[in-house]
Design a protein around this ligand. Sequence first.
Ligand code: SF4
Length: 427
Amino acid sequence: MKIDSLIGKFVRRVNRQHICFPEAAGGTRLPSPNPDRRYLLYLHVPYCVVLCPFCSFHRVKFNKDRAQQYFRALRREIELVTDAGYKFDELYVGGGTPTVLPDELLRTIGLLRELHSIRGISVETNPDDLDNGRLPELREAGVKRLSVGVQSFDDELLREMQRFEKYGSGSQIRSRLRRAMGIFDTLNVDMIFNFPHQTEASLRRDLDILVDEVGVDQVSFYPLMSVNSTRKMMLRTVGRVDDSRERKMYEMIARRMLSAGYTRSSAWCFSRRPGMLDEYIVERDEYLGLGSGSFSYLQGSMYASTFSINHYLRVVEADRTGTVRRRDMTERDQMRYYLLVQLFGGSLDQAAAEARFDGRFQRTMWPELAALRIIGAMRDSGGVLTLSESGYYLWVLLMREFLTGVNSLRDQMRHNIARETALLPVH
Ligand code: SF4
């Protein structure tokens, strides 16, 4: 266990140096698109009916008028980047709760499909929205993957998470999931493991429900993460996170899912059939994010949109996108990110990596690659690097630390809300 905590500390230190948006970052406009490229579009819908205490995403309490105004701005922002030449072939709508206003969501998807040839659409939702009678319309609108935030079926844990009253008991959620099965190509369930009061028996019951009772298409098991903005609230509600239990719980999950015939789509995502849509950052090298609180990764730079919804509405009204921060990554950081994301998906094609970095990948990354081989985290098979069984947990740990870094970035962006709210858009 000691090695896990050492690796965690090391990645946290690297994150502090590399995952940040400097105050005077060079420019805030999105770059011109590559005309030969089709991009993945991420849309962020920050509204939620309940604000869960462990959640560090950009989310705010639902208000119907404000959310309608927000969706209108989102559609305008789509038109702006389309006019700028961006072409999209895939859409991921996350939040928040994107299905909080189904009519607005359907209009937004409709606009995007009018403007672009979209081949895959993935939408996040919460268990109560499975009962709103709108799932067939979402399917009809082209949604292929619906991802439901369940977190756990354990009523005690759901109460601690303050989700029980709004999103229902474990048994209500199970019934809703069973009814939703078969509507979409992929019904994904998001779960969290390593809650402080989660026992192994409780996790085992969750696994039995997912595999034996619901027979869900895909499950993503995220380790519980905490950041500064959520730490106090989490202590008061779900308790103190103990990372030392994480490996054992992950191994339990992996054993159960693999023995039930699921395959890994990523280190923590298990699918019944290969080739199902999964985390967009694994599948796409570059993506564009729109909406308040979204991030983009384009041409070696990270971009962040304002977390101030007021500022976002005003800049979009003035025909600008909500992008307010940019960080240029060194080539080495881009390669590290590439390695992290590709191996999170299970494998890295060496020829593709060389093509992506003009033949400099192995030459630059040899210390990292050698270290991974020496500790037995990775195997080499015919030009493809794949994670070993022990490498998978290492990758859960690395990805957890990376996402914790991204969550800290969200904290950093939240600090700018008051100032950005006071700013007028620049024409
Ligand atoms: S966990 Fe989901 S429902 Fe809860 S606040 Fe976060 S985004 Fe909203």
